[in-house]
Design a protein around this ligand. Sequence first.
Ligand SMILES: *Cc1c(COP(=O)(O)O)cnc(C)c1O
Ligand SMILES: [Zn+2]
Length: 419
Amino acid sequence: MTAEWLECIACHAQFASTEVRYTCDCGALLSLERPAGFAAKLATRTFDARLASRDDVDRSGVWRFREAVLDVPTSAIVSHPEGATRLYRRPSLSAYAGVEPLAFKHEGENPTGSFKDRGMTVAVTQAVRLGERAVACASTGNTSSSLAAYAAQAGTRAIVFVPAGKISLGKLAQTLAYGALCLNVRGDFDAAMRLVNKACAKLDIYLLNSINPFRIEGQKTIVWELLQDRGWRAPDWIALPAGNLGNTSAFGKALREALEGGWIDRVPRIAAIQASGANPFSRGFAEDFRTRHRMKAETIASAIRIGDPVSWDKARAAIAETHGVVGEVTDAELLEAKRAIDEAGIGCEPASACSLAGVRKLRAAGTIRPSDDVVCVLTGHVLKDPDVVLHAPGIDRSSQTIEIDPTVAAVEAALANRL
Ligand SMILES: *Cc1c(COP(=O)(O)O)cnc(C)c1O
Ligand SMILES: [Zn+2]
C-alpha cells in the first residue's frame, strides 16, 4: 500500500489525507496524491485477475483498482458494490454520430443509477474513516440519491441541499426513499452549492460534493474500467457531459496516472460536452480559458444545469493535458441524441446524451474523424427523468399509448397497420 496526502493544485502545499479540508489556504482545490512512480508499481494484470474473483471488493468496479483509489483496509470499505458497468455498441448510433468504432459506457447501470456511486463509495468510506456523524451535498438529484444510499449503508446521517422544484421526480423520490433529509433551497443549484459549503463549515458536517477530492479518486475508475474492458487499448476520444466538472477532472487524473503507470501507451482526447444553456466551461475553452465564466444556467438536462462549476481549474488542466476539447449542444440536439440512445434499447437521462450529441457535432465539424475510435460515457439511467421521456418539447407519445377495452377486437383495431 502507498502513502497518500492531499495536495493543493496551485501552490502544492500538502496536508494529511485524514485532515478534513476541501481547499487549500490559498483557496485552490486539493487533490489526493501519491509518491512519484506509484502507478508504475501496479500491474494491470493485478486488476485483470480480480475480474475472476467472487469477492465484492474485487468485483467492485471502483475497489478493483483500490491501490490507486484509497489506502484503507478492505474491511473499512463501504461498497454496494458499484461499477462494473457495460460497454454497448450499436450500428444505429455509429451511423447517427458518423463514427465507427463507437461504444457507450453506461454508468446508469450503477446501483443508484448514475456514476455518482463511484465517487460516493470512496468519499463515504473516507467519512467513516474520519468518524463523521453527518454528510451533506448540494445536488441536482443524482449526487443526493447516491449520498443517501451510501450514508444509509454506513449508518451516517444524510442531508441534501437541492434547488427547490428543480430536480426530477425520480431523483427526489429516490433520495427520500433511502432516508435522507432533503432541504429544498429556494434558489438554483449554484445557490445550494454556496449554501452547503458554508453550512458544512459552520455545523461540522462532512461535505460530499465533488470538491471533495475523495470523490474524484472514485470517479477515475470510469476511465480505468473502460480501458480494462478494451484490453488496456486507449481509444482516440472519450466523450462525456460536463456540469460541475468533477468527472472531467477525474478523467484527466485517471488518464495521467494510467499513462504514468504504463497501463496505456497513449492518452485519448477528452471531449467534455455542455448544454448551451449551461456552458461556462465551453465559453472558457473558446477563448483559451482567459476568464472563468459564471452564468445563470438553464437547460432541460437538469444534471448539468450548473452555472458556476466548482472543479473548473482541475478540468481545465484535464482538457489541456489530453489535448481535449469542450463542446456544447442545444437542448434540441441533446434530446434528439437521447431519443436515438433510448430507441437503440439502451436509454439514458437527458444530460447523458450530451456525449453522443457532442460527438456527432464534433464529427460534423471535422474535429473527430469518421474512423476515430470513440467511447461515449452515459452518466445516468433513463428512469431518472421520466418526465422528459413523456413530456419534453417535441415529444408526443399518443401514437404509442392507446387505451383499449379488454377485447381482442380492440387489440386488432389498435394494431391495424402496425404488425
Ligand atoms: C453529475 C452528472 C453529470 C455532470 O458531471 P459533473 O462531474 O458535475 O461535470 C452529468 N450527467 C449526470 C447524469 C450526472 O448525474
Ligand atoms: Zn494552495
